[in-house]
Design a protein around this ligand. Structure first.
Ligand code: PLP
Length: 441
């Protein structure tokens, strides 16, 4: 098949004259051979301006849990648009959405809305600091919490900026990030409960919060090892630290109760984004009432002109109704499809002598391209991931996949949505077979 992208190339060239760098989010520039321009989506499929059809496993970086353009979502947004797009005031819709979250998520006693998870992270950290009167935040190397200065600490430091394994405190190499922000963070290794205990012991009475992705999806796909989340909960309880689960990716993907119910833990605060709005700019902070006290009293500023925007609320209400109807059972079907895709990709990799190793939770997984001679076996932390992965070779395979109509995320992540079917997986593997053969040639 091998797609070409002349119209996307033409639009990208035109965009250079108005949009800085041609894109509106840095990662989009990584799409090779050219950032794609889309015309429309339907279900599991995306259609670009060149008329190419993709089986989409990127699904809006995880936001499109319900598939592209479901009729009910379009109707909900359209109906609201006719009544007004923004009032900067209250609406019954915001209570409807908040009550749904309370019903779905254990521990969601109170709720506040923002437009992006990046903003919600900032709210959560501010609240935790105000609640405890402490300033340090503990986070894990490789975990991403939005693009604010604080969210980037320790996210993707290159090896020449790594600290010692005992003290892995380094900034993301983004220019313009305030270096002093490092002084307000303690960074720990993911999936190493003993190391975490040491890090907390060093600073226990100064740490306001521990923030983490329950299934690390922004650096490979690394579920927590047994004991990891239990240790976070135990250390938070023992030291008066606020436990913040960043469920921006995992929220609703793992069922109505999110990853926390699926994995059996209750955080103090939870960050929700992406799937909560099905592709509109909407995000929420939920958690126990006592942690919201300083927002409720007005001592902590939480603001936003477009917060609880009725257009987004109408979308969120529709999305949450889908998840409530499916309950906590829907992950099973998505996991089964994802595992089939992982197994199929592994088989194709073996047939073509390509060192590709899918790893993850089925409904979201990462396909790791190993460097020659790299150690086999599960990848469990950030440094392991950086040291073992062959990023240029994956980029080439991804491009071949794209040219055959299979779209995965630039860094190797694959999402299954509720719109994917058995036929999609079968067809994706048929198309992938062509891509793998071309890559190996
Ligand atoms: N937290 C996590 C775990 C994320 O994956 C992301 C985005 O990918 C964010 C926070 C930031 O979300 P947003 O891009 O909506 O601001």
């Amino acid at each position: 098949m091998s797609y070409t992208f002349p119209k996307s190339a033409e639009l990208f060239a035109r965009a250079q004259h108005s949009i800085a760098g041609g894109v509106n989010s840095g990662i989009r520039k990584m799409e090779a051979p050219v950032p794609l321009y889309f015309d429309h989506g339907q279900g599991s499929r995306l259609f670009d301006v060149d008329g190419n059809e993709y089986i989409d496993f990127q699904i809006g970086q995880g936001a499109i849990l319900y598939g592209h353009a479901p009729a009910g979502l379009a109707d909900a947004i359209g109906a609201q648009a006719h009544k007004g797009t923004h009032w900067a005031a209250q609406s019954e819709l915001e209570i409807d959405v908040a009550e749904r979250l309370q019903k779905m998520i254990p521990g969601a006693e109170r709720v506040r809305f923002n437009n992006s998870a990046t903003e919600v992270v900032l709210s959560a950290l501010r609240l935790a600091r105000a609640h405890t009167g402490r300033s340090l935040i503990l986070k894990f190397e490789g975990h991403y919490h939005g693009w604010g200065d604080e969210g980037l600490v320790g996210y993707a430091p290159p090896p020449d900026q790594w600290g010692t394994p005992e003290n892995p405190t380094r900034l993301h190499p983004s220019k313009g990030v305030i270096p002093e922000v490092l002084g307000t963070f303690v960074v720990a290794r993911w999936n190493d409960p003993e190391h975490l205990r040491q890090r907390v012991a060093e600073h226990h009475d100064q740490i306001a919060a521990i923030i983490f992705e329950p299934v690390l999806c922004n650096t490979g796909c690394m579920p927590a090892v047994p004991g990891m989340i239990e240790t976070i909960r135990e250390l938070c309880d023992a030291n008066g630290i606020v436990m913040i689960a960043d469920e921006t990716i995992t929220g609703f993907r793992f069922g109505a109760g999110c990853a926390q119910k699926h994995l059996g833990f209750t955080p103090d605060l939870t960050i929700l984004g992406k799937a909560i709005g099905g592709g509109v700019p909407f995000a929420a902070l939920v958690g126990k009432e006592k942690f919201f006290a300083k927002i409720m009293s007005g001592e902590v500023v939480h603001a936003g002109t477009l917060n609880a925007n009725p257009l987004c609320l109408a979308a969120a209400k529709w999305c949450l109704d889908q998840v409530i109807e499916l309950g906590d059972k829907h992950p099973a079907g998505m996991i089964a499809l994802g595992e089939q895709l992982m197994a199929g990709l592994s088989k194709l990799a073996a047939q073509n002598n390509i060192p590709l190793r899918p790893q993850g939770a089925g409904l979201v997984f990462h396909a790791m391209m190993l460097k020659p001679g790299a150690q086999e076996g599960p990848v469990t932390n950030y440094r392991d991931y950086v040291l073992r992965q062959d990023a240029p070779r994956w980029a080439h395979l991804r491009r071949c996949l794209l040219e055959e109509g299979v779209r995965a995320i630039e860094r190797g992540l694959w999402f299954i949505s509720l719109a994917h079917t058995q036929a999609d997986i079968d067809e994706a593997l048929e198309r992938a077979a062509l891509a793998f053969a071309r890559h190996a040639a």
